[in-house]
Design a binder for this molecule. Structure first.
Ligand code: TYD
Length: 212
């Protein structure tokens, strides 16, 4: 393989990404791959500082464009400082959210437009698109119910109105239709083991093709 594998997880908050990332990371390690797991926004010293600004509930006055640029700034740093170098070393990079989050949350949720958000993010991503993206399909209402059940405090984005979260979800659905080869829609209304079996199938298929 000339380059490692780059996998991202997407979906509304509370859609079970964390559990699946852990399972996938263990699975790939067992297969002998070196695995790097990251999260967005963040994953670098600079990115974690940007994350604090983005999620801080005191920053309610942030303009949608400023928000889009900050997410893109964190991403640009993560791509150049970590993702590209790790892929060049043939590592498996798993990222909790990536550019599709900006397309869904800022492009559709905030209404900036998917194409406008992509134009800015193209520079941040710098040709480093994921090989596979798992869209953890849990609609906005179910995702809100899960978050409330967990009793976690809501950050600035999570505190948005239900309409915002519904738009985000419709954005993800649209993206998964637009890029069916890259974005795999995963029904998460099943046990974590069943969800993981499907994810593992897609990853195995990709690795087999890459070895040929
Ligand atoms: P986080 O606590 O990491 O959420 P989760 O655990 O659900 O991934 O917070 C990230 C928040 O930022 C989340 O609400 C989604 C949002 N977000 C965007 O709006 N745009 C983006 O480009 C990214 C990466 C995240």
């Amino acid at each position: 393989m000339s380059r490692g594998i780059f996998i991202t997880f997407e979906g509304n908050d509370g859609s079970g990404k964390t559990t699946q990332i852990l399972l996938l990371s263990e699975y790939l390690k067992q297969k002998g791959l070196e695995v790097v797991t990251l999260r967005e926004p963040g994953g670098t010293t600079i990115g974690e500082k940007i994350r604090e600004i983005l999620l801080d509930n005191r920053n309610r006055g942030m303009s949608p464009v400023a928000e889009m640029l900050l997410y893109a700034a964190s991403r640009a740093q993560l791509v150049s400082e970590v993702i590209k170098p790790e892929l060049e070393k043939n590592r498996a990079v798993i990222c909790d959210r990536f550019v599709d989050s900006s397309l869904a949350y800022q492009g559709v949720g905030r209404g900036l437009g998917v194409n406008n958000v992509w134009v800015v993010n193209r520079q941040a991503v710098d040709d480093c698109l994921p090989d596979i993206t798992f869209f953890m399909d849990l609609d906005a209402d179910a995702s809100m119910a899960r978050r409330i059940a967990k009793g976690e405090e809501a950050d600035r984005i999570e505190s948005e109105k239900m309409d915002f979260h519904r738009r985000v979800y419709s954005g993800y659905l649209e993206l998964s239709r637009r890029y069916p080869d890259r974005i795999k829609r995963i029904d998460v209304n099943r046990s974590p083991q069943e969800v993981f079996a499907e994810i593992r199938g897609y990853v195995d298929e990709f690795l087999e093709k890459a070895e040929r």
